[in-house]
Design a protein around this ligand. Structure first.
Ligand code: ZN
Length: 445
């Protein structure tokens, strides 16, 4: 096996020693230089000297995206602004981006992390790398770019868009590696087919894909389409950008976390308690070596699980599962975590039901309860029920739905059958959850 970096194969003890060393200096750095963190540490009565081992991370307070917004643009910097050499940002709903900053050393580290990631995905020095990630404030384009050059790839900074030109350059330059979002690479493949070019006949052998959720189905489709291996890359600008996690080409079984730079935890998003390896929860990262914008226990909002079992490729880093969804989308029904997408799966399996549904959250004493409102298919409503929701078949169907939900998701919920066409329709993203737990009704997506 070949590795880019010896840090990838450290024993757990060696790794822990390295992480602890960097954790202590990061905590000291933010305590001394960032008023926000000093205040947050004081609120939980923690001083830098209280952090002596990795387990002590759990004493530290969490950081969230709104903290970055509240400290816009530069109040979370741990170095003077004139030591910063690059700014990036992510788009925010408020119109102002979340600003992230890098010192020269941060950029060097980031490049090394990405070089390691490209190597892990099959790229080698001298390979031509077609980078279709967007360049600009977004971290994707320039993030991949720096690491590609560091590894010694012939780097093509084509950025996103202008699909015709992408195809021309793929045919003329003959890249071995392509980077971009899975949906855009799929788009390039489909456009090629329309032009009479078989994507499988191109020179591309490896793809590094990320910055949007994608499934194993999508991976299979892309791999067949281009006759290549497609690897998942994970990252977020608040932590550094792409490269926080990367799948290896050998196993494609979970993403290797660059855990010499980012200490991962999984927490229960409600109780905020740490969960053991293997359990699903919210991913949290503490940066270990960043200078300009270190983050302490940053809550990503992404749901995944961790494993520290060594990978068959020989790397010993912690690995994260594919991101399953966002915390914001998760419901907790009597202690069971449920994603609306899972309820949708159950609904789509039943012939009598249409795909229009809503989940009504209600409070029953101290407990949260969920009621499923779902439309019947037109033909079932008119033929089987004779247009009558009180028809005996309706209560049989209700029982069947409740049983299916109970079996597949371990949750009990009330089911309300609806006449076809009676639930609201939406343009764009559907509003599936109606939260009635508070006095004034709030609808969230
Ligand atoms: Zn591996």
């Amino acid at each position: 096996m070949a590795f880019y970096d010896q840090v990838e194969t450290l024993s757990l003890e060696e790794k822990e020693k390295l992480q602890t060393y960097h954790l202590k200096s990061t905590v000291k750095l933010v305590y001394e230089n960032v008023p926000f963190y000093r205040k947050a540490f004081q609120e939980v009565d923690v001083k830098p000297e209280d952090i002596q081992s990795l387990n002590d991370v759990q004493k530290l307070p969490f950081t969230q995206k709104h903290h970055l917004r509240e400290n816009y643009p530069f109040h979370l910097l741990a170095v003077p602004l004139n030591e910063v050499v690059r700014l990036h940002g992510s788009s925010g709903t408020s119109g102002k981006p979340t600003v992230v900053a890098y010192t020269q050393k941060d950029l060097e580290h980031w490049s090394s992390i990405i070089a390691r990631s490209i190597y892990m995905a099959g790229g080698r020095k001298g390979d031509l790398l077609h980078n279709a990630y967007g360049y600009g404030l977004f971290t994707g384009g320039l993030g991949l770019h720096g690491g590609s050059e560091k590894l010694g790839c012939v780097t093509v900074p084509i950025s996103g868009g202008n699909t015709q030109r992408q195809i021309t350059l793929i045919q003329d330059f003959k890249p071995r590696v392509i980077c971009g979002t899975p949906s855009y690479i799929m788009n390039i493949g489909e456009t090629m087919k329309k032009m009479g070019i078989d994507p499988a006949s191109t020179s591309i052998q490896y793809a590094i894909l990320g910055s949007e959720p994608w499934s194993e189905e999508m991976r299979k489709n892309l791999e067949t389409m281009f006759n290549m291996k497609a690897m998942d890359i994970y990252g977020l600008s608040e932590v550094i950008g792409p490269g926080v996690g990367m799948e290896c080409v050998e196993c494609q079984n979970g993403l290797h976390i660059a855990d010499d730079h980012f200490y991962p935890e999984i927490i229960d998003p409600i109780t905020l308690e740490c969960l053991p390896d293997g359990e699903e929860g919210e991913l949290v990262f503490t940066t270990l070596q960043k200078e300009a914008l270190p983050v302490i226990r940053y809550r990503t909002g992404d749901i995944a699980s961790l494993t520290r079992e060594p990978c068959e490729c020989g790397r010993t880093t912690a690995r994260m599962s594919r991101v399953k969804g966002r915390v914001d989308d998760m419901l907790i029904i009597r202690g069971v975590n449920v994603f609306p997408s899972e309820i949708e799966q159950c609904i789509l399996k039943m012939d009598e039901l249409d795909c229009h549904y809503q989940l009504h959250l209600v409070k029953n004493g101290a407990l949260d309860e969920v009621a499923l409102h779902v439309e019947l298919k037109d033909e079932y409503y008119t033929l089987d029920l004779h247009g009558d929701l009180n028809h005996p078949h309706a209560s049989l169907l209700k029982g069947k739905i409740q049983q299916t939900l109970k079996q597949e998701m371990l949750v009990s919920m009330d089911v309300h059958l609806k006449e076809p066409g009676t639930l609201p329709r939406f343009e764009g993203k559907a509003k599936r959850i109606v939260d009635k737990r508070k006095s004034n009704e709030r609808i969230s997506s």
